[in-house]
Design a protein around this ligand. Sequence first.
Ligand code: NAD
Length: 357
Amino acid sequence: MFDIDVNYYPRETLIEFAVAYLQRLGASTEEAAIVADGIVTAAGRWHPGKGQGLEKLFRLTIQCENGGIQPGAEFEVINETPAIAHVDGHKGFGYVVADKAMHLAIGKAQNVGVGCVVVCHSNHFGQAGYHAETAAKAGMIGLVMTNAAAEMAPWGAKKAVLGTNPWGIGIPRADAPPILLDMALTTSGRGMVMWAHREGQAIPDNWMLTTEGRRSTNPADFFSADENAIVGTQYPIGEFKGYGLSLFTDVVTGVMSGALFGMSCFTDITNHDVGHFFLAINPDMFMGRDQFNTRLAQLIAEIKQAEPIDPDGEIYLPGELEFRTQAERRTTGIPIDSATVDKLRVLAAERNVDCPL
Ligand SMILES: NC(=O)c1ccc[n+]([C@@H]2O[C@H](COP(=O)([O-])OP(=O)(O)OC[C@H]3O[C@@H](n4cnc5c(N)ncnc54)[C@H](O)[C@@H]3O)[C@@H](O)[C@H]2O)c1
């Protein structure tokens, strides 16, 4: 991908720093541990331009200091049956609210085969796949969705109405990391366009559409005249199909939960009011675990044995590349963009937090 200036750090160093910094922002020990694990895991798996790593501390700082995030917020179950729950996150850390909601869904799936939890009044929860992986680690099939800031236009329109609304799908495997599909419903994100712009590189013509709905490979076409903001809309995966999935996502996360939706979501940084959806499915309730594992292994074997187009190529399962990257970075350290490091040093100094970066 892009050649960028990064510094490498051991995971433990990043966790230690993130926990101390989040506690200074008001997070409890438990909250700080959950958020730190989410953002450091993201940094360990993805390209820094994906924007899910330690750079998330910038917005968390603003929101903790302006009341947009309320450390210690109540996780309120408003309504519940054996299979579903409707939860109010009360402006808690999105990562923490999501973690609790996924565990609630898992418990229901263990009891009655399926657990579905819908959440309102939450915040950005990081990687959708992180929470789906929680379900897979508990032996459940997990499906996680969230709404987000309007960046995608309805197919054929010029103006963004829907979010990148990512999906996480986790499928447990016996003695192997789960299958983990973790994806925005847009082909790329603003962060990657900014990287390309910084590096003076062209982008594929299906990453964004201009404010007039045109394609372009020149990242400069997606910047405001003062070069300070990205304009234009994110390109939906599968075009009108991705638009349809994003619309569905906003219905089950925003409309059905009581959170904001469409163009309102993420507009007020003191009240992002994000909505999430968590589904856990217990394979044991459909067939014995051994039978499920055997049949899944057969499907995976067929996929892995499919002849690659490139004779030297390899067929990957969703999530496999990120798990490999994570394993490599246990040796190399985790790359953090040096501009992010500089900013974190300043934020930490301002708040009297030791910064080992
Ligand atoms: N919370 C939010 O508001 C928000 C919004 C957007 C994205 N995100 C997060 O950003 C992260 C990046 O999302 P993305 O859409 O840019 O990811 P991506 O496009 O890089 O990857 C999407 C999925 O495709 C799989 N994949 C990639 N290449 C593959 C191959 N050759 N074979 C098989 N599978 C392959 C990956 O394993 C991954 O599961 C995710 O964690 C996502 O949840 C969060």
